[in-house]
Ligand binder design. Structure first.
Ligand code: KG4
Ligand code: ZN
Length: 503
């Protein structure tokens, strides 16, 4: 038998009819018409009405708070003459379906302690009592029973996620739909740091502030989506430069609040690994990942991207990119040093000078097997140049650059391949700006081939710091049904890589 009522979305013109039922159903504590008007028109509200032949016979409303993954049943009322016919249940089912769809599957409600029929209904819909608020309903002096239902996650298969990255000198905004890259826009403040020979944190933070909105708009335009279509916001909250991270975190939180969408705080380093998904559809695990940039040199064992990332080792002093930048300065080359040294090394002899390999001696290979050190190498290059200068001899820049580069590459690749072999993991993923280095790519490929290791190097635009990698991890978290991060997390410059998501 078809039901006598129809259910549709409520609108402002239903206000008078709604208020009539409100007074019928709640004679002693009805809401005011103004209050009800605010409910019907509120952005985060979802109100529906039931009608029979255009006459209003019931209504119900939900308040959605996707940022905290929660929703509240605001009210539900059915005309007295229609009670007991299943309309209340059907209205509730609509609200619960909307809560699920809006990615806020934890639903709360309050019910009068003297309304056992309603309590029974809610129990059959999956609600449990979690609290009592004494004498909550006035003037009747009746307790409120607080109930909660966890509906499971929305299971959004292809969420549209916007990712923000601001951990160093790149302001990145990326947009993905599930595993598909839609936009990856980067604005770099690198030139502003050039005259200082390295990234200046205060300058970077200010540059992020200026670049964020234009970068965001460009990404939306490239992805051909509007802000209100975004399902979730993801942001790198560490590791990185504190002041720089704060800009991205602040921007992401304001976006999430204004759009009323969930936010996911994502580990920057894990982003470098997860970016592989955007090229291959999924990340094969376990994998070893070597991340080398101006800010980090880290060797990771990734068993599961969202749950199980282990830091095997990292630099104990300078990052690999930083070493390139410092040595470039010694050789009178421009910042950033990596590309300059790569160019200068093209005609040089990599075996001309035997520079030291940090933490590669047998004694180091026990305690610091997967750790790196580049400051000794940098000093050795500086001394070598200094000695030639004092002697009044010309510095063979090509040979010094090639020999220095060889030492860095040798250490990076040896330790990464060791990690693969030791852990019996036949996969190596490279990430970070230093991956642009031609010699590094070549040697890594050779040694991986020799050891039966599959080498994966994402496109360079995805290797350097970018927002797409953060969006990619955000999308994985949404698809895995993870709880969003809430709004209390902060920027954490030393965030450990084991924390994939900060709640
Ligand atoms: O990942 P990235 O773009 O930014 C952060 O460090 O956050 O990496 C930049 C670093 C710089 O230190 C730069 O000198 C280095 O990557 N780099 C290179 C090359 N291109 C950039 N290092 C070696 N060889 C290159 N071709
Ligand atoms: Zn990075």
């Amino acid at each position: 038998m078809s039901k006598p009522w129809a259910i549709r979305l409520a609108n402002e013109s239903d206000l008078v009819d709604i208020m009539q039922i409100e007074h019928e159903c709640f004679p002693s504590d009805a809401w005011s018409a103004d209050g009800m008007y605010d409910e019907l028109t509120g952005a985060e509200k979802f109100y529906i009405v039931a009608t029979i032949d255009e006459k209003l016979v019931g209504y119900a409303g939900l308040n959605k708070q996707p940022i905290v993954h929660q929703s509240d049943i605001q009210t539900i009322a059915v005309s007295p003459n229609l009670r007991g016919k299943g309309l209340g249940r059907e209205l509730m089912e609509h609200l619960l379906a909307e809560a699920k769809r809006a990615n806020c599957p934890e639903v709360f409600l309050e019910v009068r302690a003297d309304n056992p029929v309603a309590r029974k209904l809610y129990e059959t819909l999956g609600f449990e009592q979690i609290d009592i608020r004494k004498r909550y309903y006035q003037p009747d002096d009746v307790d409120a029973i607080v109930m909660r239902a966890a509906l499971g996650t929305a299971g959004n298969a292809e969420p549209l996620v916007l990712g923000i990255e601001s951990s160093c000198d790149e302001t990145g905004v990326g947009i993905v739909r599930g595993n598909t890259l839609l936009a990856n826009v980067i604005s770099s403040s690198m030139e502003q740091h050039a005259r200082f020979g390295g990234v200046v944190p205060e300058v970077a933070a200010r540059a992020h502030l200026e670049a964020l909105l234009p970068t965001l708009h460009e990404a939306l335009a490239k992805a051909k989506v509007s802000l209100d279509e975004i399902d979730a916001v993801a942001v790198a909250n560490g590791p990185g430069l504190a002041g720089a991270l704060m800009v991205g975190v602040g921007a992401a939180k304001s976006l999430a609040v204004s759009l009323n969408k969930p936010i996911y705080a994502v580990n920057h380093l894990v982003g470098h690994v997860g970016v592989d998904i955007l090229e291959r559809g999924e990340l094969e695990t376990p994998t070893i990942a070597l991340l080398v940039s101006g800010g980090h040199t880290s060797l990771l064992l990734v068993r599961n991207l969202l749950d199980d990332v282990e830091l095997l080792g990292e630099t104990i002093d300078d990052a690999a990119g930083e070493a390139f930048d410092k040595v470039a300065r010694v050789l009178g080359l421009q910042y950033p040093g990596g590309p300059e040294i790569d160019k200068a090394a093209a005609d040089g002899d990599p075996n001309a000078i035997r520079f030291p390999r940090g933490l590669m001696l047998p004694k180091d290979m026990e305690k610091n097997r997967y750790n790196f050190s580049f400051s000794g190498l940098k000093t050795a290059v500086a001394r070598h140049v200094e000695v030639l200068n004092t002697k009044g001899e010309e510095v063979p820049i090509a040979d010094v650059a090639a020999s220095f580069r060889e030492a860095v590459v040798d250490v990076l690749v040896s330790k990464a391949v060791n990690a693969c072999v030791d852990h019996n993991v036949p996969r190596l993923l490279l990430g970070g700006g230093v991956i642009a280095n031609r010699r590094l790519r070549k040697v890594a490929q050779q040694r991986c081939d020799e050891n039966g290791i599959e080498l994966r190097i994402p496109a360079l635009s995805l290797c350097t710091d970018n927002g797409a990698m953060i969006a990619a991890i955000g999308a994985q978290l949404v698809m895995a049904g993870r709880t969003p991060s809430g709004l209390t997390f902060g920027a954490d410059s030393t965030l450990p890589v084991t924390t994939v998501q900060t709640l």
